[in-house]
Design a protein around this ligand. Sequence first.
Ligand code: GDP
Ligand code: MG
Length: 370
Amino acid sequence: PETITIQELANRMAERAVDVIRLLMKQGEMYKITDVVDADTAQLVAEEMGHTVKRVAESDVEEGLFSEADAAETLRQRPPVVTIMGHVDHGKTSLLDAIRKTNVVAGEAGGITQHIGAYQVTSPSGGKISFIDTPGHAAFTAMRARGAKVTDIVVLVVAADDGVMPQTIEAISHAKAAGVPLIVAINKIDKPSADPQRVRTELLQHDIQVESMGGETLEFEVSALTRQGLDELLEGLALQAEILDLKANADRAAEGTVVEAKLDRGRGPVATVLVQRGTLRTGDIVVAGSEWGRVRALVSDIGEQVKEAGPSVPVEVLGFNGTPEAGDRVAVVENEARAREVTEYRARQKRERLSARTGGATRSLAEMMR
Ligand code: GDP
Ligand code: MG
């Protein structure tokens, strides 16, 4: 819900904070100038003090941007989106690399020189699986904090020679909080010191009961080094996806999330976008956070230009006027005017949040009421 500090509210009305507090205290509660009130209370106060209030609600500007559920008959199966988490040095990066390489046929090898924040592979039985290549809990939680739910399944990597460690436990609680199912990859099984049984027992102490111990959580012994068990892991992911029955409507304006973004010297702002619904096409007008642009080119995870990208497909988007942020939600809008309206509103919101945080300069009432 929208809130505002008493100081900020007073600033915007060009009134003294103490007068705002006095008014609020008539309702029988004590306030400090750093306290926040909700938008309804702020409106009451403002009107009480003789100001005219025009609330520009986010829901008005963003209306229709992220539409509600698609009709059941429009839904088709989509690939799962997988994030790899686990303790540092347990092999997240190695595993992602190994999975990707296993899948790249010889001819494509030259194409994957550059890093892309997400990629798609094919499981041995033919199903597609998308991986988000931002191992790290920070990225996961940052995206979640911004309301972006991109991950369908978490692969929890635990090194067989090291066992459950603090970030393993952290990853378990993140996945639980997000309501995302876990699959356990017991990695480094090639090491002589590997003790996978110990990993299973330790996991049990954190409420993760793996299949071989009578539980529900799929577990695979793997080695990113020798690639042992990788096909089985991919099949396990495909199976888990089937259970989750993941679906999306591909036949609508695209929506998705920025997985990562950077300013490229030659190509300008480049955003890796995971499409979540609909189909993104070159020529589309997209907004992401407070940036927008017309899609000039779409580049696949193997560096090829593509004309479109459907649900669960990660793609590099060229054509943004500025660089969006990881976690920004992406939506295709009908025209440039709409894109400007949305992004200018968001940019203003962002500025106001920033200045509220830093104490803020006094703003005119006109500005607030706009
Ligand atoms: P991350 O911090 O979780 O991304 O871990 P890395 O992928 O960077 O791996 C940490 C170290 O473990 C590196 O030296 C890897 O070469 C090594 N490593 C990763 N997977 C395996 C494996 O399956 N077997 C062995 N023996 N070493 C591995
Ligand atoms: Mg790493």
